[in-house]
Each structure stands twice: as C-alpha cells, then as structure tokens.
Design a protein around this ligand. Structure first.
Ligand SMILES: [Mg+2]
Ligand SMILES: [Zn+2]
Length: 174
C-alpha cells in the first residue's frame, strides 16, 4: 500500500481565473513547486471538478491540454503527478463523481492501492475539505485561490497559507 496527497487543481496549484482552460491563462501559484518537492514519499494525484465541460464552455480536450501542460511544467522540477481524476458534470447532473463526493479519490485508491488513512487532501474550497473527509483522509484548506472566502466554517484539519505551508504540516503529522 502507498500513501497519497490528493490535490485540487484550480486555486491550489494554478491560479483560478474561472472556467479557465487556455494555456495563456496558465499560471502556477507561488510556492507550489517548493511544496510539492517536499512530498516525495507520497503519490501526487489531482482531483478536480470541471463543470465548464458539462456546461459546454470548453471541451474535455481543452481540459486535457491545460492539465498536460501543468504536468509537464511540474516535471521540469522533478515533480511527478501520477494521474488526474476529473468530474466533467454540472451540479444539476447529480453525478456520482462531483466533489464533495469521494468517488474520484476512491477510484484512485483502487488504481494505486492507496491507504487513505495515511493520505491527505489539499484544496481551496470547502468541498475539497469535505471530499477528503468523506474519503477518510485528513484535509487541508489552502488560503490561495478561493481559500480566504472559504475558510469560515471549514472543517479542515489544518488551514495553510499556501502549498508549501501545507506540505510542511503534512510532514509534521507523519
Ligand atoms: Mg479549487
Ligand atoms: Zn461527475
């Protein structure tokens, strides 16, 4: 069994400009590289809601191009993202995979034989925190992206300034 850090994409890794999918909008959030570098012993997996696909704002292909660019940028810093799990549906679709449901993490658990009790979820919204808890992981809210707006009443195990702060907390919990 292995342990994992599940990562929200928009607002946690890349700047969230709203339904973004164009490479010209790609911007890593400060301290993301520094934080992910500390998490060498964890499998890094992205879990993301992309209702913009279901709403027809952009296509799965656009999402994949943007995500692949992110993976390649991180690879330049020797950071490996194992896989990206995505929910492309609209909230009103009532699908099984949209955060805060745990399905995306549960799929990863099977694919990579992950011990969720030793794993963490990091995101900038309450749904990320809930998703982590629904899956049996500890959850960290980062104050990047929408984090400042979302921190009231969040049930996060830790509230981190950014991804570097989150990574340091994870290591201290081990
Ligand atoms: Mg987010
Ligand atoms: Zn879905």
């Amino acid at each position: 069994m292995t342990k994992s850090v599940f990562l929200d994409r928009d607002g946690a890794l890349v700047e969230d400009v709203g339904y973004h999918h164009k490479l010209e909008d790609f911007k890593l959030i400060p301290n993301v590289v520094e934080g992910l570098r500390l998490l060498k012993t964890f499998k890094l997996i992205i879990v993301t809601n992309q209702s913009g696909i279901g709403r027809g704002f952009y296509k799965m292909e656009d999402f994949e191009n943007f995500s692949n660019h992110l993976i390649q940028e991180l690879k330049k810093h020797n950071i490996k993202i194992e896989k990206i799990y995505v929910c492309p549906h609209k909230p009103e679709d009532n699908c099984e995979c949209r955060k805060p449901k745990a399905k995306l993490i549960k799929d990863a658990e099977k694919d990579f034989d992950i011990d969720l009790s030793k794993s963490f979820m990091i995101g900038d919204k309450r749904i990320d925190i809930e998703m982590g808890h629904n899956a049996g992981c500890k959850s960290i809210l980062v104050l990047t992206g929408n984090g400042m707006k979302e921190k009231e009443n969040s049930e996060a195990n830790y509230v981190a300034r950014d991804l570097l702060d989150a990574a340091k907390w994870i290591l201290s919990e081990e």
